[in-house]
Design a protein around this ligand. Structure first.
Ligand SMILES: NC(=O)c1ccc[n+]([C@@H]2O[C@H](COP(=O)([O-])OP(=O)(O)OC[C@H]3O[C@@H](n4cnc5c(N)ncnc54)[C@H](OP(=O)(O)O)[C@@H]3O)[C@@H](O)[C@H]2O)c1
Length: 286
């Protein structure tokens, strides 16, 4: 693949990982960070003393800053100099914030591609990393090889907010999974069992249970929740027992309580004989 000069703004943990992957792949990389001195572990990178120097380098501009506000803090003062440039923003933002940045970019003559990073820094450039993109299809097509330096690259369409919508949907599952793990660890912890021992059991269990997503999705997509097994009423008995066990162990219901509330609402509405997947109806966007 031909090398592409890249300017990278932001040398936090993720920015440094992105820079290292680009350098390892032979791309000339100019880096800038608000606080100087963050490029010591990036031999080969051209360290720009000022933002203007970084932006004077050719090629696409990659931003990997803290949040939406930090992108504006950095780029608003130089917006007039960015006309005709390509901006690939890998900073985590909400979907609407990504759309706002795309509109801001368009207003300044900047082509914009938004990305949601589905990886931790150690995974960048290794199997398992993926980045979700939306916004300019031309940028994605022109720079696909470059983007695949970081991991699998997938494009979701010209709505710049879509990549982060998928990103945040996946993160919702991740955070609730870790919260569920914490609840379980607290439960067995009440009997002196270590979280390490619990993790060894929880990992294959959660992996096996995740195979059930497709079945739940079929109920949700059809809107038909009639089921012969694993009804809401069946699961209510299990969840009520789990709540009693948690209380007895002194584990607060901070995580489990909202799940019970979702289930109870469906049963109270007369859907006890239908699939547990019906809890989705309590979450569906109105
Ligand atoms: N780390 C992960 O596991 C991970 C995974 C997926 C996505 N991401 C996303 O990647 C992005 C960067 O994450 P990170 O791990 O590199 O975070 P980080 O280590 O906290 O670094 C934050 C970066 O943003 C810069 N920054 C913060 N506020 C700024 C401002 N107002 N103006 C200019 N620069 C500013 C910081 O510069 P200073 O050095 O000057 O403070 C630093 O370069 C975030 O949006 C994060 O959500 C991270």
């Amino acid at each position: 693949m031909p090398s592409t000069p890249v300017t990278l703004l932001g040398l936090g943990a993720m920015g440094r990982a992105l820079a290292a992957a680009l350098l390892a792949d032979g791309h000339p990389v100019t880096v800038w960070n608000r606080t100087p001195g963050r490029a010591a572990d990036l031999p080969g990178a051209v360290v720009a003393p000022a933002l203007a120097d970084a932006l004077a380098a050719p090629g696409p501009i990659l931003a990997c800053l803290l949040d939406h506000a930090s992108v504006h803090d950095t780029l608003d003062p130089v917006a007039a100099d960015l006309s005709g440039r390509t901006l690939i923003n890998l900073t985590s933002t909400t979907p609407d914030e990504a759309r706002e940045l795309a509109a801001w970019a368009a207003a300044h003559g900047v082509a914009y591609l938004d990305g949601g990073i589905m990886a931790v820094p150690q995974m960048i450039g290794a199997p398992g990393a993926s980045i979700l993109y939306s916004g300019s299809a031309a940028i994605f097509d022109d720079h696909r090889g470059l983007l695949e330096t970081f991991g699998a690259a997938e494009y979701f369409g010209d709505d710049a907010g879509l990549a982060s919508l998928y990103d945040f949907a996946l993160l919702s599952g991740m955070y609730l999974m870790f919260a569920g793990f914490a609840h379980g660890a607290a439960l067995v912890g009440s009997a002196g069992v270590s979280a390490t021992e619990f993790a060894a059991r929880a990992t294959p269990w959660v992996r096996a249970m995740a195979a059930g997503f497709a079945g739940h999705a079929a109920f949700i997509d059809s809107g038909d929740y009639r089921a012969d097994t694993q009804s809401l009423a069946f699961n209510k008995a299990a969840l009520d027992a789990l709540v009693r066990a948690s209380r007895a162990a002194g584990v607060p219901l901070t995580v489990l309580g909202p799940v019970k509330a979702l289930l109870d609402a469906q049963v109270a509405d007369g859907h006890g004989g239908e699939s547990f997947a019906r809890i989705f109806e309590g979450l569906r966007a109105g």
